[in-house]
Design a protein around this ligand. Structure first.
Ligand SMILES: CC(C)(COP(=O)(O)OP(=O)(O)OC[C@H]1O[C@@H](n2cnc3c(N)ncnc32)[C@H](O)[C@@H]1OP(=O)(O)O)[C@@H](O)C(=O)NCCC(=O)NCCS
Length: 171
């Protein structure tokens, strides 16, 4: 992959100290960004939350993040974004693969997400990762009135095999 040294990337659980960097990406990436307090709530007091990020070592630069809820048999991705200058490097793919790895460990059976009908790069990404559209939620996004595609993926083992970025800090 060009543009970034993959060997210096690591996947970590998202922490409160990552939220300054995260919020800058969040505000840039979404028409209606989550508030910082929503991330704080998920990190501090939601046992269903599984939030992860990719960081560049040793700078500690946050390059991408994902947030899901694991409930019963379902891993529901609620947020995913990559820093603008690092898009197209498969970091979102790697975080979905890592989430699938965790989801398998915790006996989840599928991953589900909503995506704006206009978000072509995201839809292409999910389609490449074996997600299929299973529904349409009309007017789901109240900011623009846009529809959401509801997409699911059951190929958790296949997703796990895509994983290339290791977890934790380099020794
Ligand atoms: C959607 C998003 C998370 C993808 O992150 P990413 O790390 O660039 O993802 P990947 O590199 O794995 O794949 C991105 C897709 O965008 C395309 N892409 C390539 N270069 C790109 C670039 N410089 N900028 C944007 N998209 C690019 C790729 O072609 C790829 O499509 P493909 O899977 O058909 O090859 C990222 O574009 C983003 O943060 N968008 C804003 C937030 C958002 O829309 N989140 C999804 C909500 S459901």
């Amino acid at each position: 992959v060009d543009g970034i040294d993959y060997s210096r990337l690591r996947i970590h659980p998202l922490g409160l100290t990552d939220l300054d960097q995260l919020m800058a990406i969040e505000v840039y990436s979404f028409p209606t960004p989550w508030k910082r307090s929503m991330y704080e709530h998920d990190l501090l007091s939601n046992n269903f939350s599984r939030f992860y990020c990719v960081k560049r070592w040793p700078e500690n630069e946050l390059t991408a993040y994902i947030g899901s809820w694991f409930i019963y048999n379902e891993a529901h991705i609620g947020t995913i974004a990559t820093k603008r200058e690092h898009r197209g490097l498969r970091l979102a793919e790697q975080l979905i693969a890592y989430t699938a790895f965790q989801a398998l460990n915790e006996r989840m059976e599928y991953i589900v997400l909503e995506v704006r009908a206009s978000n072509q790069s995201a839809i292409r990404l999910y389609t490449r990762l074996w997600f299929e559209q299973v529904g349409l939620r009309r007017g789901y996004y109240t900011d623009t009135g846009e529809d959401a595609l509801l997409m699911t993926c059951t190929k958790l083992a296949e997703l796990t095999e895509l994983l290339q970025i290791p977890e934790g800090s380099p020794a």
